[in-house]
Design a protein around this ligand. Structure first.
Ligand code: FAD
Ligand code: NAD
Length: 476
């Protein structure tokens, strides 16, 4: 019957849509329900990632990085351009075009795979029943042998600085500015804070980032974080650590932010726009009917086991709405793994080897444990680092900031973590991810031939340095 499926996925973001496609590849009858609506009222699959996250932010980072390079780097190559400037409307139009193309692409993928797309609201009622409400308000009851919940996350609000959609905005608002704010305040020096701070700084905004914690990027290896902070400050990002915001109010078209600094002194800051990006929280509003059997934990995440099974039989949950890092690729792997498990196939997500990338300049990327985490385990370890200053390719690219750092066990040489700050770090980390997936040792990396001159030689040399056998720099 038309409204009976093998698998219904609720949520069409990077966790949900791959689950639906893989289910269809596994010869199961699959539907994907998604309610995302853009500012202009249009509907699109792709969730936060494609519409208001990964893709639009990377589009703006790329445009503004090119501007920055034209302004400050071209001269070093001998390229003379005269004044270079950004047409913000054209930049935003390009971004919107990329987003439209990518989100439209999901519908084509669904068509090719045989997934039924259902745009509207989905609510899990219990016992394989899903209520679907179409945009015109009509309601249909669907049934499925298995249900996958992939409802994602939303920005965490800050009581003392409530969003007003114009002056005090979330990350989506900050991706949509139609003009460069003269003074931009950002609360939270996390991934979004530094990526979007970089975008608007490169376009000329005076950017102040207020971070509550005393250390910068506390989730990253602290040697990496310190190196990155040094470069960000040089670029003009005014990062203030240990800043506790007590209030923000809009008056005369500006935002007055009150906070106490690291020394406990009261401070105030006036900005034209304020972005609050202090983390995201799971989104499950309207998702579960009373008595559905699906339980949430104390922080609002859907409770799941290691294999993404919820507390209700035949119901799975993946992506940002469950525990673990809020990253698109983590959600995608969970979605695909669940669709394979439903089909009775073997699937495993290796939560110890999930890469993180921050797309600033220099880029930041890592996989595995930080040096602080390795130290805390008490296991003896060794570290090898290689600075991009000693890389011919990085020098040729005029991008010799940063380093590669490899941490390995002293006893069996296994690689425990790799941390990169520098050019193309997000691409370079893929080799480390593969190495760690195969439980490689530094010797494995040392014996692998890396093309010359490439940035990847930095990883090779860092692995050699772990045994004080680096060739292209002095071993200490
Ligand atoms: P989402 O992408 O949030 O998708 C959930 C979907 O479900 C949404 O479309 C929502 O409307 C829909 N939905 C929810 N409830 C219902 C319901 N009841 N019925 C129907 N539909 C429903 N991650 C990276 O890995 N790399 C990056 O570079 C990166 N950049 C980011 C930049 C920004 C500015 C932001 C905000 C996030 C970024 N992220 C990045 C994080 C990434 O976007 C998320 O981890 C990812 O989108 C999570 O995927 P998801 O499918 O779990 O949820
Ligand atoms: P985040 O967790 O990365 O950073 C939030 C920061 O805000 C932290 O440093 C935290 O200490 C600080 N903070 C919390 N409360 C505060 C307060 N009251 N005042 C001042 N600072 C405060 O969160 P985010 O930047 O909002 O990003 C949300 C999620 O989106 C993250 O989980 C991230 O993984 C994901 N994301 C990923 C990428 C990427 O992979 N490149 C890019 C953007 C977002």
């Amino acid at each position: 019957m038309a409204d009976e499926y093998d698998v219904i996925v609720i949520g069409g973001g990077p966790a949900g849509y791959p689950a639906a496609i893989r289910a269809a590849q596994n010869k199961l009858k699959a539907a994907c329900i998604d309610e995302w609506q853009n500012y202009d009222g249009s509907r699109a699959f792709g969730g936060t990632c494609l519409n208001a996250g990964c893709i639009p932010s990377k589009a703006l980072l790329e445009s503004t990085e090119l501007l920055h390079r034209a302004q400050v780097e071209f001269a070093a190559h001998g390229i003379q351009t005269g004044a270079v400037s950004m047409d913000v409307a054209a930049m935003q139009k390009r971004k919107a075009g990329i987003v439209k193309g990518m989100t439209g692409g999901i519908l084509q993928l669904f068509k090719a795979a045989g997934v039924t797309p259902l745009q509207g609201h989905g609510r899990f009622l219990g016992l394989g029943q899903v209520e679907f409400t179409a945009p015109d308000g009509s309601v249909r009851q669907l049934s499925a042998k298995q249900v996958v919940l992939a409802s994602g996350s939303q920005p965490a609000p800050l009581k003392s600085a409530p969003f007003d959609g114009r002056h005090i905005v979330d990350s989506w608002g900050a991706l949509e500015f139609d003009a460069v704010p003269k003074r931009l305040g950002i609360i939270g020096a996390g991934v979004i804070g530094v990526e979007l701070g970089s975008v608007w700084r490169r376009l000329g905004a005076e950017v102040v980032i207020l971070e509550a914690l005393p250390e910068f990027l506390s989730i990253a290896d602290q040697q990496l974080a310190k190196e990155a902070l040094k470069h960000f400050r040089k670029q003009g990002l005014d990062v203030r650590l240990g800043a506790k915001v007590s209030g923000a109010r809009v008056a005369d078209g500006a935002v007055q932010v009150e906070y106490s600094d690291a020394a406990g002194a009261s401070q105030s800051l006036t900005v034209d726009r304020l972005v609050v990006c202090i983390g995201r929280r799971p989104f499950t509003q309207g998702l579960l009917a009373e008595g559905s059997g699906v339980e949430l934990d104390e922080r609002g995440f859907i409770k799941v086991d290691h294999e993404c099974r919820t507390t209700a039989p035949g119901v799975w949950a993946v992506g940002d709405c469950v525990r673990g890092p809020m990253l698109a690729h983590k959600g995608k792997e969970e979605g695909v793994a669940v669709a394979d498990r439903i089909a009775g196939l073997y699937a495993e997500v290796n939560y110890d080897v999930i890469p993180s990338v921050i797309y600033t300049a220099p880029e930041i990327a890592w996989v595995g444990k930080t040096e602080e985490q390795v130290k805390a385990t008490g296991r003896p370890y060794k570290v090898g680092s290689f600075p991009f200053l000693a890389s011919g390719r990085a020098r040729a690219m005029e991008a010799s900031q940063g380093f590669v750092k490899v941490i390995a066990a002293k006893d069996d040489d296994q690689i425990l973590g790799v941390h990169v700050v520098g050019p193309m770090a997000g691409e370079l980390i893929a080799e480390a991810v593969l190495a760690m997936e195969y439980s490689a040792s530094t010797e494995d990396l040392q014996r692998t031939i890396h093309a010359h001159p490439t940035l990847s030689e930095g990883l090779h040399e860092a692995a050699l340095a772990a045994d004080k056998r680096a060739i292209d720099m002095p071993n200490r």
